[in-house]
Structure formats: structure tokens, C-alpha cells
Design a protein around this ligand. Structure first.
Ligand SMILES: *Cc1c(COP(=O)(O)O)cnc(C)c1O
Length: 357
């Protein structure tokens, strides 16, 4: 039944996040969270938190966090925008910069939230097909457009494109803002951050949710030309000034200072990923080479949906999409070595079972 007022509703097709199962014995390899905790300094900030501070509104500029990031990445504080996770940052970027009747461009296989934002902000979009190896063709991005966004490395494929591709796209589109979503860049890619000095239309987005082990704290940021950041802040302060809560600001700033811990964590995950690639290949999986904290793999024989369900029955959660071009694939987050051992053993059981028939 429809109500009479429904004609005025902003109707949306929301993004579907991965499941957050809890309970004993669950192995969660479905939302690309980091299997290791944030650094000890973050625990100290939490333990030392004075509850009286909660009475006050937080700093609207997240000054401590912004300054820690500016120092870490060698940019001015005026070039940084902080948001409640990179989803909030990208949502603000869509609202601020993708405001044209020309289509916003992004790959056909990518983070499915982009389409949701285009839809909710009522901007047209056009998806450009990746090639059969899930690679982007920069020439595709030389058509009239109202903005461009893509992740690098891409999700859910893990494919990393070289900086020359980013540069070619930024250079070809001086009249549009180009957003590079670097949610996974710390796991082996090279950030295009230095290019923001050369291209005033380029903005990069990163998150604390994956490489920095803080998905629960909801911290994301964008870095770009200071005029881009000013426009972005004007829109943000027109929607909600107090987005970043005080505790997240303090924990985020603490985390940025622990670079040795950060690098050690990344090294462990990268090692586990490279080991997992070898073991998956031995079991008959193939996958595009991943520079992220997940592997996008298909099995030569066994159907992805069946493997997904069989893993779930063993309380191992991975991600599967029933969508064109990718329904044969599973996206498997890199967990600890122990979690990956359990996964590989389970996969052996599931695949051998098939071969017995
Ligand atoms: C995880 C992810 C994000 C969002 O992360 P937040 O937790 O909101 O910071 C953005 N883009 C891509 C491609 C992601 O995979």
C-alpha cells in the first residue's frame, strides 16, 4: 500500500553492508576489517578519558587529528578534511563536487556505494566496463562528465593501477573533480598524494577502517588542494558541524603517531596475503593479483555460491555477490595466519567433497 504523501519521499536503494555476525568461533573475513588491534597508545587514550570531557561539543575542526595527519603526510592542515569514516567523506564529496547534469563516471565493477550516492543525490552516472582482467582503460575516462571516482586498489577486485593511469585521468579532466578512493592503498599500492600538488582537481580519500584497525571508530579523511577542501567544509558545516566525536578524534591522532606499529601490522597482513595466494592457487583458485587486504578468487570447478554457503555453515564468513561478471568470485579478507589456516582446511574439505561425486 502507498500513502498519499509518498510522492514527496526521497526514495533510496540503500547500500547493503556485509554481515556482522557475532558469537563464539566465528571467523570474519567478509568486510575487510583488520585482524590486529590498534596500537597500545589508543588503549591508553581510552583508559585516560575524562568523562567530564563528554559534556562539551567536540572540536568541529578535529584539530589534533588534522595536525597529526598533516605532519604524517607532509601537507598543510588546510588540505585535509576529516569525516566519520570515508563513507561520510565520499558522501560529502558527492554532495559538494558532483553537482552537474553530466554523468559521474566510475568502473562497472567497483565499490557499490558509488551508485547509491549518485542515486540519493540525484546525479546521473555512467559505469565504464573494466576489461577481462579487471583493469581500467584510461581512455574511457576522456568523455564529457560531471566528475570521476574510483578506488585504487579497486574493490572488490584488489587490482592496483599505476600512478600513470591516475595522472592521465586527472590531466584529461581539468573541468571535473577526480576522486581516488585509497581505502586499501597501504597494503602495497603507492598513494597518488604527491599528485595533488600538480592537479588542483584531484582529491584522495583514505580511511582508518582497514589499515589502521579502527573500523569501529569511524574515521576517514580527504586530502587535496586547499580550495577543494574549503568547498567541502562549507557543505559539511551546512549539514552537521559536529560530526566527529571527541573520543575518535583523540584515538585517531594517537594512532597516526604509532608509525612503527602501523608498518609492522601491514607487513604481517601482506605476508599472510602472499601465503594465502599460494595456498589458494594450489587448491585450484584463480584471482587477479591483489594489493589489498583481500583476495577476489574463483574456483576452477566449484561454484562460488556453494563454497560461500559451505563456509558459512562452518562459521567462516566471506563475501559473495550475485551480480553480473562477478558471481563466480568470493572476496576473502586477509585475517591472521591462524584464521587463514582454518579457512584453507575448510576449503580443502569443501572442494574434495565435490570431487568424490
Ligand atoms: C571500506 C571502504 C570504504 C569505507 O570505509 P569507512 O569505514 O567508511 O571508512 C570506502 N571505500 C572503499 C572502496 C572501501 O572498501
Amino acid at each position: 500500500m502507498e500513502f498519499l504523501w509518498e510522492g514527496n519521499v526521497r526514495k533510496a536503494n540503500p547500500y547493503t553492508p556485509g554481515e556482522q555476525p557475532n558469537g563464539q568461533g566465528v571467523i570474519k573475513l567478509n568486510t575487510n576489517e583488520n585482524p590486529y588491534p590498534p596500537p597500545e597508545l589508543v588503549a591508553e587514550v581510552l583508559m585516560d578519558y575524562n568523562r567530564d570531557s563528554a559534556r562539551l561539543y567536540p572540536d568541529t575542526n578535529s584539530t589534533a587529528l588534522t595536525e597529526a595527519l598533516a605532519k604524517r603526510y607532509g601537507v598543510d592542515a588546510s588540505q585535509i578534511f576529516i569525516g566519520v569514516g570515508s563513507d561520510d567523506v565520499i558522501s560529502m564529496l558527492f554532495m559538494t563536487f558532483f553537482n552537474s547534469s553530466k554523468p559521474v563516471l566510475f568502473p562497472d565493477i567497483t565499490y557499490s556505494f558509488y551508485e547509491v550516492w549518485a542515486d540519493i543525490y540525484k546525479v546521473p552516472f555512467k559505469t565504464l566496463p573494466l576489461d577481462e582482467n579487471f583493469r581500467m582503460n584510461p581512455a574511457d575516462y576522456k568523455i564529457e562528465n560531471g566528475g570521476i571516482i574510483f578506488p585504487n586498489p579497486n574493490a572488490p577486485t584488489g587490482v592496483y593501477e599505476p600512478l600513470e593511469l591516475v595522472e592521465e585521468i586527472a590531466a584529461a579532466n581539468p573541468g571535473a573533480v577526480v576522486i581516488v578512493d585509497e581505502a586499501y592503498v597501504d597494503f602495497g599500492g603507492v598513494s597518488c598524494l604527491p599528485l595533488i600538488e600538480k592537479y588542483d582537481n584531484l582529491i584522495i580519500v583514505q580511511t582508518f577502517s582497514k589499515s589502521r584497525s579502527m573500523a569501529g571508530m569511524r574515521i576517514g579523511f580527504a586530502v587535496g588542494n586547499k580550495r577543494l577542501i574549503k568547498f567541502l567544509n562549507d557543505v559539511k558545516f551546512s549539514v552537521n558541524s559536529y560530526t566527529m566525536n571527541h573520543i575518535s578524534q583523540l584515538c585517531g591522532a594517537a594512532s597516526v603517531k604509532c608509525d612503527v606499529y602501523f608498518k609492522n601490522t601491514l607487513e604481517k597482513i601482506i605476508n599472510t596475503r602472499e601465503n594465502t595466494k599460494r595456498r589458494l592457487a594450489e587448491l585450484g583458485f584463480s584471482f587477479p593479483d591483489s594489493k589489498a587486504n583481500f583476495i577476489f578468487a574463483r574456483h576452477d570447478v566449484k561454484n562460488a555460491g556453494e563454497i560461500f554457503n559451505a563456509l558459512k555453515a562452518r562459521k567462516i564468513y566471506v563475501r559473495h555477490w550475485n551480480k553480473p561478471r562477478i558471481s563466480d568470485y568470493l572476496r576473502i579478507t586477509i585475517g591472521t595466519d591462524g584464521e587463514m589456516d582454518t579457512l584453507i582446511e575448510a576449503l580443502k574439505g569443501i572442494i574434495n567433497h565435490e570431487q568424490n561425486f
